[in-house]
Write a protein that binds this ligand. Structure first.
Ligand SMILES: Cc1ncc(C[n+]2csc(CCOP(=O)(O)OP(=O)(O)O)c2C)c(N)n1
Length: 567
């Protein structure tokens, strides 16, 4: 029997291993949801906001490698997907969005809920097409999936409500999706030139990004040969275990002293699979060798002297035998010394001993790190909590850390935790959120409870948009509580009324037991940790401008205070 348009879409998706679609149904999506209801091979995950669907689909793809799929219906439902899809784009995930559209008879008449979705989604999608006729199926669905997987990136299929239930007559175009396995290695000449530059270095440093995923051993072999410390970008945090002596930390504003210095002091930088965006944190006047599979990234952030187009893993396999390692260990050793000092400082900051309240956020993050399973997934929100996670979570070899690291969107952590947990309900998933970020997406905690997914949410409750408050202070604005203070509900009670477990944690002695109980529970949990809003997320090195900005802010605050008091 001939399939309808929605059934054809499902066939293509199932063919590439998709087992679930996150979304909110209605109108044009109803035939799609009905097709899913009748098909045991695929499941509809009913979230409470389409943005959750897009974040969850992204995380699912990041954890499993399988295409993530989300859906939002006509007009507003589709628009709600948008921010989450930008997250997918900027985090390099393969995601298909299925959106509804008004029936053809009404198209172009400013019909109820009609939005020119093609125009709105143009920037975020690398492929998008409306399905005008069943005759376009299954080819359009194949093209969309092929594009999202090959990008990687976001593709969108638009499903007008009249076309969705129409029968498709087989045009013989159904075929398997091509998932390329090829690994690109730069040519011998490029490799030799890069090796010559690296062999002349006496203080080489490696800057590793998410393009190094899966290349841990090759990365380490190159670092050992070169005697080079490896600094990483946030998206590359889980490429190697934190304890590795070559892995010296992050650079950038939220970086570590060793990470910052390793880049600043090097005499040659080897960039591997990274598009680290902050130009001021690149070294000046030294040769830079860059390896990236995305040609458009070559030389984008810094004056690169040798650019190699290739995947990191096979490139390093070909490059490392050409390296002579003449640098000697002194640069590496001096950075490692800094790293040990930094680690001691972080250990001191993360101490929860004594009766200190409010809690040190660093201590809460470290307690989560200590308690986590060897294959736990940390999902990190945006704000000061990103800094606590980046500095205090000591990642182990099988652990992952994901977040809206390149898009930087608040509220991404719980939805992404749901997407990650859906891939494997038995794996530990720990979301680290600020109270502002969690407040943006908390409606979907009930989704975790409904599906029996035991996500653990740790809320760093400082009753403020902490990172922004700090940012405003550092750039010289006086404090403005109306904009940055938060009035929060009782998050632990909220967990309970949603069907989860809630913990309120105020004393140092309550932190580890609450985390242990949450991690052991089969229910989703919220740990509402009351942390110190005054704990500063200091950059590794305080630039003079920042110090200056800080003092202006304090001056303005005192002037306002004096004016109010003295009239
Ligand atoms: C969607 C979105 N809106 C606003 C911002 C700007 N922003 C960045 S961090 C932040 C504050 C985060 O506050 P909170 O979640 O409480 O975490 P904290 O910094 O206090 O740990 C804001 C508003 C953003 N990144 N994304």
């Amino acid at each position: 029997m001939a399939r309808n348009v929605c059934e054809e879409i499902l066939e293509v998706l199932i063919g590439v291993g998709v087992t679930q679609i996150f979304g909110v149904t209605g109108d044009a999506l109803n035939p799609l949801v009905d097709a899913i209801r009748r098909d045991d091979r695929i499941r509809w995950i009913a979230v409470r906001h389409e943005e959750t669907a897009a974040y969850a689909a992204t995380a699912h793809n990041q954890i499993t490698g399988t295409l993530g799929v989300c859906a939002g219906t006509v007009g507003p439902g589709a628009l709600h997907l948008l921010n989450g899809l930008y997250n997918a784009k900027k985090e390099g995930a393969s995601v298909l969005a299925i959106t509804g559209q008004v029936p053809h008879a009404e198209a172009g008449s400013d019909f109820f809920q009609e939005v020119n979705l093609a125009r709105v989604f143009e920037d975020v999608c690398l492929f998008e097409q409306p399905i005008h006729s069943p005759a376009q199926m299954p080819r359009l669905a194949q093209q969309a999936v092929q594009s999202a997987l090959s990008g990687p990136g976001v593709a969108r299929l638009e499903l007008p409500s009249d076309v969705a239930p129409m029968k498709v007559h087989d045009d013989g175009m159904a075929h398997a999706i091509f998932e390329p396995m090829s690994q690109v290695v730069p040519c011998a000449e490029d490799l030799e030139r890069a090796a010559a530059v690296l062999n002349a270095a006496s203080k080489p440093t490696i800057l590793a990004g998410s393009g190094c995923r899966g290349a841990r051993d090759e990365l380490l072999a190159a670092a050992e040969t070169l005697h080079a410390p490896i600094v990483h970008a946030l998206r590359g945090a889980d490429v190697m275990e934190s304890e590795n002596p070559y892995w010296v930390g992050l650079t950038g504003l939220i970086g570590t002293d060793a990470g910052y210095r390793a880049v600043e002091d090097c005499d040659t930088l080897l960039m591997l699979g990274t598009d680290f965006p902050y130009r001021v944190f690149y070294p000046k006047g030294v040769p830079i060798v860059q390896v990236d599979i995305r040609g458009a990234n070559l030389g984008k952030r810094a004056p690169v002297s040798h650019a190699l187009l290739g995947h990191v893993r096979p490139t390093l396999r070909a490059l490392t035998p050409l390296l002579t390692g003449g640098a000697g260990p002194s640069h590496l050793e001096s950075i490692q010394k800094r790293r040990r000092k930094w680690d001691q400082k972080m250990d001191r900051q993360s101490s929860l001993e004594g009766n200190r309240t409010p809690l040190r956020p660093q201590g809460v993050a470290r307690a989560a790190s200590d308690a986590a399973a060897d294959d736990a997934i940390f999902v990190v929100d945006v704000g000061e909590c990103t800094v606590w996670a980046a500095r205090q979570v000591r990642l182990r070899a099988g652990q992952r850390m994901i977040g809206s690291f390149n898009h930087g969107s608040l509220g991404a952590a719980l939805p992404a935790a749901i997407g990650a947990q859906s891939a494997d309900p038995g794996r530990q998933v720990i979301a680290l959120c600020g109270d502002g970020g969690f407040g943006m997406s908390l409606q979907d905690f009930v989704t975790a409870a409904r599906y029996g997914w035991p996500v653990n949410v740790i809320v760093f409750n400082n009753a403020t948009l902490g990172f922004v408050k700090m940012e405003m202070e550092a750039t010289g604005y006086p404090e403005y509580g109306e904009a940055t203070d938060l009035v929060n509900p009782d998050f632990a009670r909220y967990a309970e009324i949603c069907g989860g477990l809630g913990f309120t944690v105020r004393e140092p002695g309550e932190v580890a037991p609450a985390i242990a109980e949450a991690l052991a529970s089969p229910r989703p949990c919220i740990i509402d940790a009351f942390v110190d809003p005054g704990e500063l997320t200091m950059p590794p090195v305080i630039a003079p401008a920042q110090a200056w900005g800080f003092s202006i802010s304090k001056l303005k605050e005192s002037l306002t205070y004096a004016k109010e008091k003295l009239g």
